[in-house]
Design a protein around this ligand. Sequence first.
Ligand code: KE4
Length: 433
Amino acid sequence: MSISPDMRYPTSHKLFQTAKELIPGGVNSPVRAFRNVGGEPFFVRRAKGARIEDIDGKSYIDYIGTWGPAILGHAPMSVINAVHEAAKNGLSFGIPNVLEVEMAKMVTSWVPSVQKVRMTNSGTEATMSAIRLARGFTKRDKIIKFDGCYHGHSDSLLVAAGSGALTHGEPDSAGVPKSFAAETIVLPFNDRAAVEAAFSQWDGQIAALILEPYPANAGLILPQVGFLQFLREITAKNGTVLIFDEVMTGFRLGKAGVQGLENIMPDLSCFGKVIGGGLPVGAFGGRADIMDYLAPLGPVYQAGTLSGNPLAMVAGLTQLHELDKAGAYETLDQIGAYLQAGVEKILSAKGIPHRFNRVGSMFCMFFTDAEIINLDSVKTQDMELFRKLFWAMLDRGIYIAPSPYETGFLSLAHTHDDIDVTLDALEKSVAAL
Ligand code: KE4
């Protein structure tokens, strides 16, 4: 079947049946299967700006933006043209090229904590490599992560809290050896006492503490005042590498991501999504004395055939140049504030308990009146209500994340009119409950 823009598509339902015969669950990444909301996913035909169109001829205002990369909106001409031009010079080299140096210059100039950086092809590779690097640098094995934070699917990070918070982690996926999980300690987010207890119990043994500084994979959770600074101090005191996983927040919440907003210098940071402009990318970077432990300089091996690929580099560079234009981040925050005000007005008028967490263009609606401080508080939300509203909004042409454990994204392509259409759909969906 040749793919062309005007080809006759089957329906999403029919294509999903075929997909399920050929691809596990019919998808190349689990969240796309709509398991958290039931029903079947639609198949996309094309995307432009704030809108996506499915193969059944329906279009939606998109609040996912391919899970973060589409910060300019889908298919921005600046990125398309740059990729088109670069492709004429070669699709991949496996040889040092100028675009990799340009990307390294950009990342190190935008993010003060990053003295050196290495590109990868996904966020998973970035965090996996950062963990290995921290272990190699400190010659320690244990790591700390927080419940509810997702860092991609490498074995050391697919770990859930053990029976006792301070004991060994338990595999969070089949196929992760217990011995691997045992090296990962999983703590409740925002829990200083648990962090202090872990450092005293595993004194001198903790290589790294990794976190999403604004966790966005259990909905959007915000650190309590001083928590990030506390983590910076206790890791420095214990010789533990502090790793900020900014795969989602990096270059999304500002030129220096959360670490810029919070004025904190982690030892290593992980990036992805926005710096690839929609093409496969990841990156990790930080203190030069740590990064220089990486091969070919040092003893920690890390590699990738397509790392620094010219198309991903030029797409990411173009996207960052667009974000560097005056007012870009302020515009994203303003449109986010407009959405938040409208949503809160509608839900409050209907008397629906809710928490609307937002930072700039990242947001999450929790149907609970509990303060959202960690994964346990996220789990208090009314999941059934979420599911009902997801489908009611989709039926009205609004595509929000198909899971109450995901974060929504706005782009520079979203207009006030788009928000008004969205709020109208929410009003009607809530009224129909
Ligand atoms: P990738 O390997 O998917 O490029 O990145 C993994 C990753 C690492 N760190 C953070 C903070 C992340 O959010 C992610 C990936 N995010 C999910 C969205 N919740 C990707 C969507 C998916 O898994 O299909």
